[in-house]
Design a protein around this ligand. Structure first.
Ligand SMILES: Cc1ncc(COP(=O)(O)O)c(C=O)c1O
Length: 480
């Protein structure tokens, strides 16, 4: 079996200290003249994107269907994706460190997977509503990689899978409360739009969600086991906690990184309180290694949530798997009404998603993609560290293999306890958008300017090309 993508675990305490310093250091950003130069670049080089964005604006709320596509001064219209690169409608080429939000560990549009998908489309089409062999093949393969996933229910997205996991946990335990870690993103279903991005923000982003939907959701601060214990104890006095759900590398793919021991400690607490542990492996599932975060950390969750890689970057990417007794809550059929946790969907587990997922996972394993993507992440992070030192910038970078963090403004690490929180929020958010815009103009697309996903298509040459682009931006930062 292939290996894991993390060669060296970040020194979490040191990273936290540097992030803390970053949030208390004046921002180091691009001056107005540099921003004007970049805007001129977009005017000159991306007219087709500008036109496409104007047309989209008229019929799509906010002009984009997904926040990942946001870009200042306008979203880039990407019409071709291949390997390590994206190409826009004006013929500009960009290094793809967004990776569609994470699924493309093999690089974009790998021919081996595409061939299998086209073959399926030729003789079956994308959907029939009937049982297809690819469903079973995929479930078996996931079990081979993650033995704790005895059974697997395929769904349409990570969001749906989180909904299903929570429902199964409640059905199985008969308890209502759920606990998440502040800052984590578990999709956009009612009960988890709580404590998003900045820990401690509770229902700040819960527009359109009734308070009752969040009545049984609580967040605890990242890495804070004492707070988790206290919340579990408080919930125990009110009927108990059905599940604790974590992103295993820490909230927002490790934006708030957790120590190597954290997941095992959460597992122990869950066992003590009779609570299920849900690993949200939407990002880490297969990106960290074919055994996922659970294999890497050697911690067995009761339920695992899948997304992204599970359909190889094709649509319909979601699923939940886990222990036989818990997964029994999903048993199909009409007679079990009242006892089973209802899940499903017209297009869930369609032959196309399952075929793409199955062949993607096989390829990732055969090519040792998580380790290669992780090595690219290491090289990039080391290069970024050197640039940050050379230009004497307060920025912080660290990586979990192919999940690389580059925090320049510190906006995601502001604390609600900081008396200057609201003064800092706006300028730091603006800075992040400016950096993201500048990186793209220099030829590198990141995830919102602070996160970078590498793939096995990121050869040393690609990484060096990216580092040169980052350097061009860093060289333009205003002096302190
Ligand atoms: C950790 C995590 N969980 C859940 C989700 C939601 O998945 P989806 O966007 O497929 O609904 C995401 C999406 O980015 C995620 O990163």
């Amino acid at each position: 079996m292939s290996s894991y993508g993390i060669s060296r675990y970040p020194d979490v305490k040191a990273v936290e200290a540097r992030l803390e310093t970053l949030t208390h250091t004046p921002i180091r950003t691009l001056g107005a003249d540099r921003l004007a130069e970049y805007h001129a670049w977009y005017e000159q080089r991306t007219p087709a994107s500008k036109q496409a964005a104007a047309e989209a604006e008229a019929v799509i709320p906010g002009g984009v269907q997904h926040n990942l596509a946001l870009n200042d001064p306008w979203p880039l219209s990407v019409v071709r994706a291949e390997g390590a690169y994206l190409h826009d409608a004006d013929g500009n080429r960009y290094i793809d460190f967004l990776q569609a939000g994470g699924p493309t560990v093999l690089g974009s549009n790998p021919p081996a997977v595409r061939a299998k998908v086209l073959e399926l489309l030729e003789h079956c089409g994308p959907v029939t509503g009937m049982l297809h062999p690819a469903e079973t093949r995929l479930a078996k393969l996931i079990h081979d990689f993650m033995p704790a996933v005895h059974k697997f229910r395929m769904l349409g997205s990570g969001t749906e899978a989180v909904m299903a996991a929570i429902r199964a946990a409640r059905a199985h335990t008969g308890k209502a409360h759920i606990i998440k870690v502040g800052g984590a993103y578990h999709g956009w279903s009612d009960q988890v739009v709580y404590g998003l991005r900045i820990p401690g923000t509770g229902s700040l982003e819960a527009a359109g969600i009734p308070k009752t939907a969040l009545a049984n959701t609580a967040e605890t601060a990242p890495g804070d086991l004492e707070a988790l214990r206290a919340r579990l104890a408080a919930n125990a006095a009110e009927g108990g906690t059905a599940a604790v759900i974590v992103e295993p590398v820490g909230p927002e793919s490790g934006t708030h990184p957790v120590t190597r021991e954290f997941n095992a400690q959460v597992r122990e607490l869950c066992d003590e309180f009779g609570t299920l542990l849900i690993f949200d492996e939407v990002v880490t599932g297969f990106r960290l290694g074919m055994g996922g975060a659970q294999g890497y950390y050697e911690v067995t969750p009761d339920l695992t949530v899948f997304g992204k890689c599970v359909a190889g970057g094709y649509p319909g990417a979601g699923g939940v798997g886990g222990r036989e007794e818990v997964m029994a809550a999903f048993a199909g059929g009409l007679t079990a009404a009242g006892q089973r946790a209802l899940t499903g969907g017209t297009l869930s587990a369609n032959p196309l998603s399952c075929t793409a997922g199955y062949h993607t996972l096989l390829e990732m394993d055969r090519l040792d993609a998580p380790a290669k993507a992780g090595a690219a992440g290491d090289r990039l992070r080391e290069g970024l560290d050197a640039l940050i030192a050379r230009y004497e910038l307060p920025y912080v970078t660290y990586n979990f293999g192919s999940i690389v963090h580059l925090h320049t403004s510190g906006v995601l690490h502001l604390s609600l306890n900081d008396p200057e929180f609201f003064d800092k929020l706006g300028p730091r958010k603006d800075m992040l958008e400016h950096m993201s815009m500048a990186f793209a103009a220099e030829g590198v697309i990141t995830l919102a300017g602070s996160r970078i996903y590498t793939s096995m298509a990121d050869t040393d040459d690609v990484v060096d090309e990216a580092l040169a682009a980052f350097e061009r931006v860093f060289a333009k930062i205003q002096p302190a």
